[in-house]
Design a protein. Sequence first.
Length: 263
Amino acid sequence: MSCIGWGRVVCFALLVGMVGTASAQDDADAREAEARQAFVEGREHFDDERFRLAVESFKRAYELLNELGSPMAPTILYNVGTALDELPGHQQEARDTYQRFLEESPADDDPELRRTVEMRIRELDMSIAEQQDAAPAEVEPEVDAPVETEEESMSIVGPIVAAGGGALLITGAILGAIALGQGNDIESACPELTACSPELRSDYDQMRTRSVTADVLIFGGLAIAAVGAVLMFTLKDGGGDDDVALSAACDGQGCYASARGTF
């Protein structure tokens, strides 16, 4: 067997073997003729540096010869490995193909070629190891921890104040209705409010007091409710809500309301 320098395909002995096999069996054997043609095409592609096409053609030749049980089939693996060796990024595949050639070809067949292949495998092993050592380790991207933000909730001061204002409004409305009814009764008993009995005069003064108080409660309640509405949209929960106190009440002398607290 002859190998024309490193990086060249085995050609001379392989072609002789194939031709001899074809002559002995029958040139009409289509599969063997196809294998021979694939091998020739592979050589042409290799010589013209069309290495990918050379790999495909040599692989086809190997498959056909392997199916036929030809003893020349393992030698084609060397050609496949040589073509792969010329392709960037195919070092591992070339190395594995060379190893298959050593395993499938007879151990005593062309010792010089086997030694050459063994040395090339060692070179590829070193090159692959160096590339793996030089490759940057994959670093997992850092994921920023979510920033915990304190969700601001609406303070209860606003609703409390608004509710207090609403309570004053209701109290004022009730007191005003009472004063209005009392005024109607007084007007019926003394239409001109002149020469009325002292009792009616006392009732009239009480009605006036309730009417004024009702007006104060209604307008004050409106003002407080408006403040509460504003606080609901502007004041956030930050403690201190327990310091708020509102109160409203009415007695025989009138009605009153108060609000105190710290904001």
